[in-house]
Design a protein around this ligand. Structure first.
Ligand code: CA
Length: 432
């Protein structure tokens, strides 16, 4: 069983997966779904245009003899229990699922009755949030993004704050308003103050923005008081999703000093429904950005640091447009701080991370203007509006706009895709 490589490009499933499809047998992302409105939620993997119900495989004894046996983790309405089992269990599950779907393996392929119970068309199921997210932290790990925002607000000479190159800056976000792809985003209202005004006023956000990010789900986590070292950190990472950290820039500008983002970020954060595992991303590891100055020892791995080559796009579609328009092309590898450093830094005080916690990267901007991961940067605070194909311009999002983030790792052999994360802007409540 150890010789079976779930990333082998030669693997094919008996379920047909067209070339370039985001969910080949080498991906096997986990999600929580409802087969119909009355059925309980359960865990599945995406394979091509189908979903494999893992609670059915578990019921048929497929996971006997592994750490999953008798745990019932795939009949749960969220992935937390599976995430908590840790890497040995994840590897065992992935091997069994991959072998079950392998065209060379007759066990499931030839079991017509079980296949009928276990497979659904992906278009027929409803995707739920993959995890009960107890805590959500958002980092600020793109040097380009931090430099752009700092340049706009403090000038290029003081763009990066003195701490930025020494620690991964972050803030504790709001977990309760994390929603899955497709959930409409209501324009928030709040308190803002124009530079020229004497006093603040209350009303709908006028500078609504997206942020292109990715999020990491925590696996087993750590006990309170027990830090996770940077060398151990990788084993605590279960998988990744796309994250859109919707942001109200005018609310943010007035409220953020001295304690950072608050209501500007707490009204909604959208994530993609399928969690791509670190094991599926393994072939797409690349060297991390060189760090200068050298980080303090607790942030410095004993091995060469790596990150992931994941192509990212932001697309927009106004109510007047026939199709999507790509307005940003970036890549996860541009981030300065690594996922392992997020975990080591977050827990170094003894803060306990728990299964299902979400650590988001911060806006992932690249070096070129077409790779900036927010409208604030793409339109440079409104000075360079984005031209849309319907003839309109965007400095910030308008009601009716849809935003879609996409992510994929492409090799010569197959694509590891993420499900897109989408959201549309609906009008603010009337202010009485
Ligand atoms: Ca953010």
């Amino acid at each position: 069983m150890q010789a079976y490589n779930t990333n082998d490009p030669k693997l094919r499933s008996f379920i047909e997966v067209p070339s370039g499809h985001p969910f080949p047998i080498q991906n096997l992302p986990y999600g929580v779904f409802k087969p119909n409105a009355n059925a309980p939620e359960r865990v599945g993997v995406a394979i091509g245009d189908q979903v494999l119900d893992l609670s059915v495989l578990d019921g048929a004894g497929y996971f006997a003899g592994t750490p999953l046996e008798g745990q019932g983790v795939f009949a749960q309405p969220r992935l937390n229990a599976f995430m908590a089992l840790g890497k040995t269990a994840w590897t065992a599950a992935r091997q069994i699922i991959s072998q079950a779907l392998d065209s060379e393996s007759p066990k499931l392929r030839d079991d017509v009755a079980l296949r009928q119970k276990a497979l659904y068309s992906i278009s027929d199921v409803t995707m739920m949030l993959p995890a009960a997210i107890g805590d959500y932290t958002d980092f600020y790990a793109s040097r380009e993004h931090a430099t752009n925002v700092g340049t706009m607000f403090r000038g290029r000479d003081n763009a990066l704050m003195p701490n930025w190159l020494h620690l991964p800056v972050g803030y504790h976000g709001r977990a309760s308003s994390i929603v899955t792809s497709g959930t409409p985003i209501k324009r928030p209202s709040g308190q803002t103050k124009a530079d020229t005004a004497d006093a603040p006023s209350f009303g709908p956000c006028r500078l609504l923005d997206f942020e292109l990010e990715m999020g990491l789900f925590i696996g087993p986590g750590n006990e309170l008081g027990q830090a996770v070292s940077v060398d151990e950190a990788h084993d605590h990472l279960f998988g990744m999703v796309l994250v859109n950290d919707w942001s109200a820039r005018d609310i943010q500008k007035w409220e953020y000093q001295p304690l950072g983002p608050f209501l500007a970020k707490n009204f909604a954060t959208s994530i993609s429904p399928w969690v791509v595992t670190m094991e599926a991303l393994e072939p797409f590891r690349v060297p991390a950005v060189a760090q200068d100055p050298e980080p303090l020892p607790y942030l410095k791995a004993s091995y060469p640091s790596t990150t992931y080559d994941i192509d990212l796009q932001v697309q927009i579609r106004s109510s007047g447009m026939d199709g999507w328009q790509t307005i940003c092309r970036s890549n996860y590898r541009h981030l300065y701080w690594t996922a392992e450093q997020f975990v080591a830094h977050h827990s170094v005080t003894g803060c306990n991370l728990r299964p299902g916690d979400l650590l988001a990267s911060g806006t992932i901007s690249g070096p070129t203007p077409d790779s900036y991961g927010s409208l604030l940067e793409l339109a440079w605070r409104g000075e360079k509006p984005i031209e849309l194909t319907d003839g309109s311009q965007r400095k910030f999002l308008q009601d009716g706009d849809q935003v879609r983030l996409t992510a994929a790792c492409a090799s010569d052999h197959y694509t590891i895709g993420f499900a897109p994360v989408e959201g549309s802007i609906t009008p603010a409540d009337p202010v009485s």
